[in-house]
Design a protein around this ligand. Structure first.
Ligand SMILES: NC(=O)CC(=O)C(=O)O
Length: 297
């Protein structure tokens, strides 16, 4: 059986300490991505909202317009920084996410991830599909939908030497269908820039990373901002790489840092041979979501 991951790849997760200065956040991202590249990374991931603080009151003032593509420097300094950085570092770069302003309707904002090739070319755009709307009394209330609109597609990106990865953002990880569809379409890695918090992070961050890996027998990478107890939103941190058998290969703590982890060609097939979910599914009993199947009684 051909390996989904065609050759071993070094994945880096950059757990960035972002603050209110976009200029500083972009410069800091550059320093850390170059550090990851020097450590041998081929694919580097930044966190959710890496160029701004995370919070509904910030999205409008930090938003950038990405269309027409490529946007001008004035429309999107982040697009240009990431594109040049991917080229300078010679890596595939998943640019976390940024607040995006719709080019045709200034009031419409998205939470958007941009992925660049080592040539600097934009490969993919993912707009967060599931908006983070929660209300846990006495703990945390957050309503992205007050200011953001959802994206409407699953994002698969082909890295020609390695294979296909899927990009989704934070709350998207709670929806297993998205991950399962991406895995059945051939992704070897699910990448989630994400900013869980002290309530949900403690309970669900690792659990969800390992669950999506177990369900789908693929690699999972979660990349968080560093924790800042002076910020309005306290990110959980704990960026981690999980293997297709749900083992946590590496995990950061709360502070800024970079993990570099080799993903091994052949490992997915080894896991799937041992526990052969892929030949045991019962699409005669329940539908295949990756084929748009609907449940029929
Ligand atoms: N920030 C998010 O989108 C999601 C999150 O914090 C959670 O699901 O918990």
């Amino acid at each position: 059986m051909a390996s989904l991951l065609k050759k071993s790849l070094k994945l880096a997760l950059v757990q960035l300490a972002s603050g209110s200065s976009k200029t500083h956040n972009l410069a800091n991202a550059r320093t850390k991505v170059l550090e990851a590249a020097r450590a041998g990374a081929n694919l580097v991931v930044l966190p959710e909202c890496f160029n701004s603080p995370y919070g509904t009151k910030y999205f409008d003032s930090y938003a950038e317009t990405l269309l027409p593509s490529p946007p001008s420097e004035a429309q999107s300094p982040t697009f240009h920084t990431l594109s040049q950085l991917a080229k300078e570092a010679g890596v595939y770069l998943v640019g976390g996410s940024i607040p995006e302003r719709d080019a045709s309707d200034a009031k419409t904002l998205f939470n958007t991830s941009l992925t660049f090739a080592p040539s600097g070319a934009l490969l993919a755009t993912h707009r967060k599909v599931h908006l983070f709307d929660i209300d846990i009394p006495g703990k945390i209330k957050f309503k992205e939908s007050e200011v953001l609109s959802p994206g409407n597609k699953i994002t698969l990106v082909d890295l020609p030497e390695y294979g296909t990865i899927a990009i989704a953002i934070c709350y998207d990880i709670r929806f297993p269908e998205l991950a399962t569809i991406a895995a059945r379409k051939g992704a070897f890695l699910l990448v989630y820039p994400g900013a869980f918090n002290l309530t949900t992070g403690a309970l669900h961050w690792e659990l969800l990373a390992r669950a999506r890996a177990t369900d789908n027998q693929v690699y999972v990478g979660l990349c968080s901002p560093a924790r800042d107890m002076k910020a309005d939103y306290n990110a959980w941190g704990h960026s981690m790489v999980v293997d297709p058998n749900a083992e946590v290969l590496q995990q950061l703590g709360e502070d800024e840092g970079v993990v570099v982890q080799e993903l091994k060609a052949g490992r997915i097939e080894e896991v799937r041979k041992g526990i052969p979910l892929y030949t045991q599914r019962r699409f005669d009993v329940y539908p295949d979501v990756s084929e748009g199947g609907r449940f029929k009684e």
